[in-house]
Design a protein around this ligand. Sequence first.
Ligand code: CA
Length: 547
Amino acid sequence: MSYLRKYAPLHPHQRQPLDEKQIENSAGGYVYPVSIWTNLDRFLILGTEGGSHYAQEQDLTKENVDSVLKCIAEDGVQVVERIREISVSGRAPKNDPALYAMALAFTHGNADTKRKVQEVFCDVARIGTHLFSFVAFVDGMRGWGRSLRRLVGDWYRTKDDEALAYQVLKYQSRSKWRHADVLAKCHYGENRGIYRWMKGLGPEERTVQRTRDDGTQLSTTYDATDALPKLLAGYEELKQTKKLADVIRLIVTHEFTHEMVPNEWKDDVEVWAALLENMPVMATVRNLGKMTQVGLIKPFASAVQTVLERLSSDAIKRSLIHPIQILMALITYRSGKGVRGSLTWEPVPQIVDALDAAFYMAFDNVEPSGKNTLLALDVSGSMGSGTVAGCQGLTPRNASAAMALVTARTEPNYHIFGFSENFVRLPITATDRLASAVDAVSNIPMGKTDCSLPMLYALKNRLEVDVFIIYTDNETWFGDIHPKTALDMYREEMKRPSKCAVVAMVANKFSIADPTDAGMLDFIGFDTATPAVLSDFVRDADISDTV
Ligand code: CA
């Protein structure tokens, strides 16, 4: 490559720093450190579940925790605002990193930070599962002082009986936590019928003995509550019922979710038909295999139409379901067998198609930039380890194929290829099915990493590129010149103010984007906002003028 011969002797290779800002990455190459705030966003969106090629899950978590703690020390209120914003908008595949960061903020933050956590707590811990996760995280970090008891207790106290009943029935436990355990930690008494129910006690009048902090005994008698919330009463009836017709009547009357129905009824097609009527989008997507296995979803069945309607654009947007959850459901459903256990089914192709379409709807609306867009996927070995957001089988490597398709489908002028230490031809086009694109990338042999290749390839072939979009873990080390040098070289030789968007697929602190180059910018893979923000960046003329 003649350009490389011209430039390489004048510039450092990737195992040497290009400038004083660079730091060594885990592969022995030099890259730019991202700010602690970018690192925070990466953690909130990508999480650390499953670790990476270079770090075990716990090490990667520790690195991220250090970074979150630095942000909390710098501006804890700002951290909590970021947590809320990302969590509430549904931009992250999982809410656990947000809950973990919130537990850190409540443990290590100053008084203002803690007040901010109190303010946003129920926005971030929206459902029972979230509450359990938060409690498990915070329980390992600090003691149950009055402020924590109040924070968690308010989650119960501020909900009315019916809303709380729905939460405690749908989300009964997680890991070792049950609601009764959480109430006990909060020192919550029995002054509310539903609390008594959660503790396994009846709604009748009762006297409670309590030992005060100073050791004295306190005796309180509570009145009998009128009745349990309707949902709880219905649930108690459901547990006793032996007749299918009654089970179905109760499901329809109370709009029970599948979590509330005893397992003995879970193989009945009529039970699932009743459940499907009011099933939320998320549960529908998660139970497609089960509903196919019991025979509710089958060719020409009306349930297929119900599911297709539920996966319509408006419903998907309203539900805030994350595209990665749809992608995982698609991969599982198409395979005809459950991730664990022995559940198998005959997938209905219309459902597979609907999931494929729903994936794209779950991202923010993207306005195409119309620019010449080169999508370059790092398919090196390190990208093939770990998982994106803890999704089994979804590595940063094959997940990047799905992300690239989102942009490829909106941009009229695109070209996709892969790279490791060499250019890798990827048999993917915008009309490809998600699952086959993910498969295609999974099957490519692994290699070393050189993130300068997209620019070198474009220059060698005189491709007129407006933007290079590189999906990578930023663990580049093998190349003769740095990606930043290659971009500058491309701009100079081709006389084009081309930009470079770096889409991080792993939550680490590295980037090939030079923070002082306005034409290079960091993005986060599987942030639902990424394709739209990326398109803004590409279209924004002001930025290219400054290059
Ligand atoms: Ca690599």
